[in-house]
Design a protein around this ligand. Structure first.
Ligand code: NAP
Ligand code: MG
Length: 462
């Protein structure tokens, strides 16, 4: 795999001050495929300085020109989509077809949406005797996870650039090659030097230095709730803006009137895709007691179909963590109906597609984010019971409702404490705001709402 041995700073690939390196490993066969710099505080400082120096020029660039650079970025990503898919597959392990259809295609759609929004967004509005200017927040620290490596980057960098902000990106240590490919694309798209900078490195070193840097105005973080909490505390002390996209434990509520087979099959596919490493995955399936046994049989059969085609987890630690949860589910009395803690392959960090029945809301596997291919099926008595269970976790990122009539599903969705709900298998919309209620986060990504995170207002009175 192609890798740069430098960091992308002020428009060029330069040697890192730190001599440390990250070895990039293919999770499907555990082989080292590349090496990249593990940047340190000095590298972060250089990147933040470059971003700060570039800020006045980029902030003053007409939105139409910023839109043109984002359109060019969309075109470069489109031209390099096969390479993107191959790179994500190499370092994340997802099957190539999924990398093409999701890991490459979704960020292209998001980049396209911001090319469009940057051109159309009203960066000025009239409110009575005032003119309100929507100005860039400033220098953005973007800290991203590995699970959707390019999407998580584009969902931060594209709106930041559209807004007129400049950026320093610290991508996940497990997926730095996709981030390097993105930096090349930004460069090819003609984005001016210093507007976007990339420091590969470790979270507690480069990530922490970036979040704490006084030259950063906004920290946009996606990842675990534990790290998000620390970043929010650091940002709070410095009165920096913060956007957090954290974990989830989303519920898939199948109401009695629903098409059960469709709801179960789509629900299982949702959890198994990307090997369950999706923050918004519907990892709790809620089924009425009258249809429970039928749903369990359908889910077990659906999960079995993924046994040969599921990808590995991203690293050994995540594999062990997920296995630990499966063992805990068994120990707490849930009934395994597919998969289990055993290793399905000799090499690679694989976990079998796993389904638990007889899961009760208080069990660990019904409360904590597992981040692996593990589905819990819970039984409810009536709609009020289903709502209590659905809302009964600290998270509120996503969810799904299935019913015979859309209106019935919508009425239920209105009562859910969660940031987005798919009605009867609704499709992903790159323009809809994405983000969490409760401990699933602060702020929204995507579309105009995602752009607003990177803007602040100035009111002029006349
Ligand atoms: P994580 O540690 O929170 O990683 C997210 C990003 O934050 C990575 O770039 C990470 O760098 C960085 N980071 C880590 N510690 C930091 C610190 N002290 N200061 C600043 N940045 C720091 O998440 P993870 O270890 O990759 O995954 C653990 C769990 O997080 C998963 O099992 C899952 O529950 C959750 N998760 C959620 C999402 C989501 O989309 N909501 C995505 C991924 C993971 P490193 O890569 O070097 O750690
Ligand atoms: Mg980590």
């Amino acid at each position: 795999m192609k890798a740069h041995d430098g960091i992308y700073l002020d428009g060029a690939w330069l040697p890192a001050a730190s001599r440390d390196v990250i070895e990039v490993v293919d999770p499907a066969d555990e082989r080292v495929i590349a090496q990249v710099p593990a940047g340190g505080a000095e590298d972060v400082d250089a990147a933040v300085r470059a971003a700060r120096a570039a800020l006045p020029g980029w902030a003053a660039t007409p939105p139409a020109e910023r839109a043109a650079r984002l359109a060019a970025l969309r075109d470069v990503l489109t031209a390099r989509k096969d390479e993107i898919a191959e790179t994500v597959t190499a370092e994340l392990g997802s099957p190539l077809a999924f990398s093409r259809a999701v890991h490459a295609a979704v960020p292209i759609a998001v980049a396209a949406s911001y090319a469009d929004l940057a051109a159309r967004h009203p960066f000025e509005e009239k409110v009575g005797n005032s003119t309100v200017l929507h100005e860039p927040v400033g220098v953005v620290a973007a800290i991203t996870p590995w699970n959707y490596p390019l999407h998580q980057i584009v969902a931060k960098v594209a709106p930041a650039l559209a807004a007129g902000c400049t950026v320093v990106l610290k991508p996940a240590e497990d997926t730095p090659l996709t981030a390097q490919l993105f930096a090349e694309a930004v460069h090819e798209a003609g984005v001016p030097a210093g507007v976007f900078n990339l420091v590969t490195g470790l979270g507690p070193v480069a990530g922490q230095a970036l979040a704490e840097h006084p030259g950063v105005d906004l920290v946009s973080f996606t990842g675990s709730t534990a790290v998000g909490r620390r970043i929010a505390a650091v940002a709070g002390a410095a009165i920096k803006k913060v956007a957090l996209e954290l974990g989830g434990k989303s519920a898939n509520i199948i109401l009695p009137s629903a098409d059960l087979a469709r709801a179960v099959n789509v629900g299982v596919a949702n959890v198994m895709s990307n090997s369950g490493q999706t923050c918004s995955a519907w990892t709790r399936m809620l089924v009425h007691r009258d249809r429970y046994d039928e749903a369990v049989t359908l889910a077990a059969a659906a999960a079995a179909k993924y046994a040969d085609r599921i990808g590995p987890l991203v690293n050994a630690a995540q594999r062990d963590r997920v296995r630990g949860y499966i063992e805990k589910g068994v120990a707490e009395g849930a009934r395994l109906v597919a998969g289990g803690p055993g290793s399905p392959r000799e090499r690679g960090w694989f976990v079998a597609p796993t389904v638990f029945a007889d899961v009760t809301p208080d069990m660990t596997i019904a409360q904590e984010e597992i981040f692996g291919p593990v589905l819990s099926i819970l039984r409810y008595e009536d709609e009020e019971d289903a709502l209590r269970i659905a809302n009964g976790t600290v998270y509120g990122l996503a969810g799904a409702v299935w019913a015979g009539e859309e209106a019935e599903a919508v009425a239920f969705a209105r009562r859910m404490d969660t940031g987005q709900v798919d009605i009867n298998g609704g499709r992903f919309n790159p323009l809809a705001p994405f983000g969490g209620y409760k401990q699933s986060g602060v702020g929204r990504e995507l579309g105009a709402h995602g752009l607003a995170e990177y803007l602040q207002t100035k009111s002029l009175q006349f």
